[in-house]
Design a binder for this molecule. Sequence first.
Ligand SMILES: Cc1cc2nc3c(=O)[nH]c(=O)nc-3n(C[C@H](O)[C@H](O)[C@H](O)COP(=O)(O)OP(=O)(O)OC[C@H]3O[C@@H](n4cnc5c(N)ncnc54)[C@H](O)[C@@H]3O)c2cc1C
Length: 403
Amino acid sequence: MEKRKYVIIGAGPSGLAFAVRLMQRGEKDFVVLESEDSAGGLCRSEEVDGSPLEISGGHFLDVNRRKVLDMISLFMPRGEWDLYKRETRIFIHGREIGSPVESFIWQMPEEVQERYLRDIAEAGSNKGAPKPGKFVDWIYWKLGKSIAEDYMLPYNRKLFGENLDLLGTYWLEKLPSVSYEETLRSCREKRFFGKQPAHAQFFYPKKHGYGEVWRRMGEALGDKLRLGEKAERLDCAGRTVNGRYEADCIVNTAPWASFGELSGISDRAADVVRGLMYSSVDVDYVPANLDTEAQWIYYPDPALSYHRILVRHNFCPGARGYWTETNSTRAKPLAEGAFRHTSKYAYPLNTIGKNEAMDELLGELRQSNVHGLGRWGEWQHYNSDVVVERAMGLADSFLGGGR
Ligand SMILES: Cc1cc2nc3c(=O)[nH]c(=O)nc-3n(C[C@H](O)[C@H](O)[C@H](O)COP(=O)(O)OP(=O)(O)OC[C@H]3O[C@@H](n4cnc5c(N)ncnc54)[C@H](O)[C@@H]3O)c2cc1C
């Protein structure tokens, strides 16, 4: 049995950032176990058709978290990144319009604009109706019937799965909130008014894919990073992994259901783990350029299998081609020789009651000094900059204060 102060499960951005923060604070008694043979988790890149491709789907670094950018620049300095202004589109009514849809109704065919505006005016949120607790009702309440039925509901069914009734509303602050006044003004003046969703500005590496920064972070961990070592058996009460590692503290960033055996937890905690839902994504590469300035385009049309296209030649210098992102349950057979990568765990589903259930699970595990961190450890739609910030905060809380 190898005894360590910290055993970290998973070398995606959260496990890597947690480990790097320990090292920065002088703590060297840890190992990171990673089931894949490379670090980076969902943020990994591979070279496909001569240029980098993000194998789990499009990844960009948000510009807003200073502390995170400082940590990341230790591994990939600012000079290695290009800064982009977000240019994204939605393909609807046979054409590309800007995003979010409420700010670009004026780009739709004239015959549908009036219907969209009338439906927004009649939406519950503009009539003082109380905020509903279910995702589907919330969409009608917030955006009105036309945007709900032509865009939000079909798009989210493609992304998360057919049964949107399972989803709650507590995560919807991620969606851009554009007021009715801003929508009217954008229609009147035929230009954008409102708020951009995440990544209004973002960084993407000049020469590499997004995965490069995480690869370098993994490399900096030296032999403390154990690649190809899956945590198969996690005993929370005894704080052991695979019967091989024993820790004072375990930090888990892997999906709780990914362990072959998860023991030392209550029946209630085991129930919570069984109830956690997710959706999977297939990324398929297409070696052709598209006639658009967008970096990515959303496709709500249920007749198309994919929900998003990433236009690689518009953000990756010198690259050609694009890739599609498709919920794995909708994926079509792959042409011979074509590139596809499947990420089984891509999106944690924000089901009703999930946050309360996770509070119970993580609260119980904390008593055994086992901690959940990141997109899967906490089961939240966190982006990579958010998980890095949380990882740094968790390490600082163990080591006493921040720096
Ligand atoms: C399609 C898509 C687009 C996204 N776009 C962006 C974006 O533009 N910008 C952004 O910042 N974020 C984006 N994200 C989110 C980003 O991927 C996550 O925030 C980030 O990867 C979370 O890091 P993590 O370490 O918590 O989880 P992960 O990256 O999932 O890492 C978990 C790690 O644990 C390993 N693991 C799993 N099971 C085990 C086990 N049993 N034993 C050992 N290891 C195990 C996995 O192999 C993986 O390396 C996107 C996500 C998706 C799916």
